[in-house]
Design a binder for this molecule. Structure first.
Ligand SMILES: Nc1ncnc2c1ncn2[C@@H]1O[C@H](COP(=O)(O)OP(=O)(O)OP(=O)(O)O)[C@@H](O)[C@H]1O
Ligand SMILES: [Mg+2]
Length: 503
C-alpha cells in the first residue's frame, strides 16, 4: 500500500471545557477526494484546521506523506504542501483578485511588485479553474460567489499536494460547480489529494471517492461513497432516523390576492437592469439565476443598502424607496443577507444579543428586555434550530460556521415569536452551509411566516429547496427577469436548470 497522503489518529481538541474532537481517526489517500460530512458543529472545520496548522491538537498524531507533522502555524502546514480554502473568507476586499491570490508572496522584479507577472500568473490559475474572473477586479466589488473562486485560486497558487476545501460550493450556483468539479478531478489526476467538506449530499456522490462522517466530535461512519446508501449517511449525520426529502409545500395564497410588494423596472448599479415582479401576502417567491445575474443586488436594493436609480416599488400599496435599512425595516421589510458574517452578526456578542437585537430595537418597553421571556424564546430557537455548542451567553465568534448562520436566521424568527410579522421577508441563500437536519426546520419556519401573511422572497442556488418551498419562481438573467414561472409549471430541477442557463 501507498503511504497515505495524510493520517490522523486519535486526534483530540477542546476549547475551554468543551471537547470538540474526541479521538478522531482520519486518513486521506493519494489522489482521492475524501468527503468530510457532519452536522453543524460536529468538528469538521476544527479537524481540518489542525491539519492546516491553525489549531494544535491536545492529543493524537498527524502524519503527512508518512512524516510526523506538528504544525505550529498555517505557514508551516503550507510549506508541507497543505492548502486550505477556509469556510470564512480571508480576503482583503480593497485588493484585486490577483493581489489577494499572491498576498505576501507577490512576484517581484528589482525589488518591486511585478504587477504584470502577478496578473499573468493569476490569470493562468483562473484559466485552469475554468473561470473568466478578471485578475484586476477589486474583490470587494465582486459578488460573494466570486470571492470563493478567489479563495480557491489562492490555495492552488501554493502548489498544494493536499487541498482542504471547507464548503467550497456553499456560495456557488449550479453552473459554477461543474467547472469547479472538473478542476478538482484534474488536480486529483495529478496526484493531489482533496478533503471536501459540504452539506450538499448530491455533490458527494458526484465528486467524492470516500467519505467520513463526524458527529459530536467522533467519526461515526467511513467508507467508499458507492458502498454506503445515502439514507445511512444522512442518519449518521443527524444521529437519528429521518424520513423523506424536503417535501413540497402547498400554496397559502388565494387567487386574486393583491400584491403587497410590486417592483417595476427597477434599476441600480451595473447588475439590476429593469427588474419587475409582484409578491402577494402569504406568497413565497423564489429567485433563481446564475452568479452575477443580479440576485443579491436586487435584495440589497429592496432593503435600502444599494441606491435605486430608476423604477418604482410599491409596498403595502404605498410608494417605497428606502434610503437605508432603518427605513426599510420601519416600512415592514426585512433582509437576511447572503454575507452573514459581514452584515448579519456582531461576532463578539452573545447569541442572545444577536438573536434578539432586532426585537429589542423594535419593542422599546416591551416584555422583552432582559427578561425571562426573551431568554425562553432564545432557548427555544437554539434547540429548534439545533445551534450546537451554544447557550444564550456564548459569543457568536465561538460557534461553527453553520451555527453562526442559524443565529442570523434566529434573529428574524424571534420577531415572529413576538407577534411582529414583517410585511416582506427577503432571504438571500438562507440555508447555505446549514446541515440537513436544520434545513428542513428553516424552510418549515419560513413557510409558517408566509402562512401568517408575510410575503417571502427567497434567493437560493439550491433548486431542490426552491421547488420545495416556492409558489412561484422568477429567473434573473443579466439583471432582468427572464422568466416568471408558477411552481406548477415547473416540472423538476432539471427543467428549471435549463431555464436558468438559458438553454
Ligand atoms: N475558537 C473556538 N472557541 C470555542 N469553541 C469553538 C471554537 N471553534 C470551534 N468551536 C466549537 O467547536 C465545535 C465544532 O466546530 P467546527 O467549526 O469544527 O464545526 P463544523 O463541523 O465545521 O460545523 P459547520 O458545518 O457549522 O461548519 C462547535 O461547537 C464550536 O462552537
Ligand atoms: Mg465548519
Amino acid at each position: 500500500m501507498d503511504t497515505p497522503a495524510v493520517e490522523m489518529k486519535a486526534v483530540r481538541k477542546s476549547f475551554g471545557k468543551v471537547e470538540v474532537l474526541r479521538g478522531v481517526d482520519f486518513d486521506l489517500r493519494r489522489g482521492e477526494v475524501h468527503a468530510l460530512l457532519g452536522g453543524n458543529g460536529a468538528g469538521k472545520s476544527t479537524l481540518m484546521k489542525i491539519l492546516g496548522g491553525v489549531h494544535r491538537p491536545d492529543g493524537g498524531t498527524v502524519t503527512v506523506g508518512g512524516v510526523p507533522a506538528d504544525f505550529r502555524s498555517p505557514a508551516a502546514a503550507s510549506a508541507a504542501g497543505i492548502g486550505m480554502v477556509f469556510q470564512e473568507f480571508s480576503l482583503v476586499p480593497t485588493l484585486t483578485v490577483a493581489q489577494n491570490v499572491f498576498l505576501g508572496r507577490e512576484p517581484r522584479r528589482f525589488g518591486l511588485i511585478d504587477d504584470t507577472a502577478l496578473n499573468r500568473r493569476t490569470a493562468e490559475i483562473l484559466h485552469r479553474m475554468g473561470t473568466r474572473l478578471d485578475p484586476r477586479a477589486p474583490v470587494g466589488e465582486l459578488p460573494v460567489g466570486h470571492w470563493q473562486l478567489t479563495e480557491i485560486a489562492k490555495a492552488l497558487s501554493l502548489d498544494a499536494t493536499v487541498l482542504i476545501m471547507d464548503e467550497p460550493t456553499a456560495r456557488l450556483s449550479h453552473s459554477e460547480i461543474g467547472p469547479l468539479f472538473d478542476l478538482v478531478r484534474r488536480l486529483t489526476g495529478q496526484g493531489v489529494s482533496v478533503v471536501y467538506i459540504s452539506h450538499r449530499m448530491a455533490e458527494i456522490a458526484q465528486i467524492a471517492d470516500r467519505m467520513s462522517v463526524l458527529r459530536e466530535g467522533q467519526r461515526v461512519l467511513s467508507g467508499g461513497v458507492t458502498e454506503i446508501p445515502p439514507e445511512q449517511v444522512a442518519e449518521a449525520i443527524v444521529g437519528r432516523e429521518i424520513h423523506g426529502g424536503l417535501g413540497r409545500r402547498t400554496c397559502a395564497v388565494r387567487p386574486g390576492t393583491r400584491p403587497v410588494l410590486s417592483v417595476r423596472n427597477l434599476r441600480a448599479g451595473s447588475r439590476v437592469a429593469g427588474v419587475s415582479f409582484d409578491v402577494a401576502p402569504g406568497e413565497i417567491l423564489g429567485v433563481a439565476g446564475l452568479i452575477g445575474s443580479g440576485r443579491t443586488e436586487l435584495t440589497r436594493c429592496l432593503f435600502g443598502i444599494d441606491r435605486i436609480e430608476a423604477g418604482e416599488i410599491q409596498l403595502g400599496g404605498k410608494p417605497y424607496r428606502p434610503r437605508g435599512p432603518a427605513e426599510a425595516i420601519r416600512a415592514g421589510m426585512l433582509l437576511v443577507p447572503e454575507d452573514r458574517q459581514l452584515e448579519g452578526l456582531v461576532l463578539d456578542h452573545a447569541v442572545y444579543d444577536n438573536a434578539l437585537l432586532p426585537s429589542l430595537s423594535r419593542i422599546r418597553r416591551g416584555p422583552f428586555l432582559g427578561d425571562r421571556r426573551g431568554a425562553a424564546v432564545c432557548q427555544s430557537l437554539i434547540s429548534s434550530l439545533g445551534i450546537r455548542g451554544a447557550t444564550r451567553t456564548t459569543p457568536v465568534r465561538h460557534l461553527s460556521g453553520g451555527n453562526q448562520q442559524k443565529v442570523v436566521l434566529a434573529k428574524w424568527l424571534a420577531l415572529k415569536e413576538n407577534g411582529l410579522v414583517p410585511k416582506v421577508l427577503v432571504l438571500d441563500e438562507p440555508t447555505a452551509g446549514i446541515d440537513i437536519g436544520a434545513k428542513t426546520e428553516i424552510l418549515r419556519l419560513t413557510a409558517e411566516l408566509a402562512a401568517e401573511g408575510t410575503a417571502v422572497v427567497i434567493v437560493s442556488s439550491e433548486l431542490e429547496e426552491l421547488l420545495a418551498v416556492a409558489d412561484r419562481v422568477v429567473v434573473l438573467r443579466s439583471g432582468a427577469v427572464h422568466a416568471d414561472l408558477a411552481r406548477d409549471d415547473i416540472e423538476d430541477e432539471e427543467s428549471l436548470q435549463l431555464v436558468i442557463q438559458g438553454a
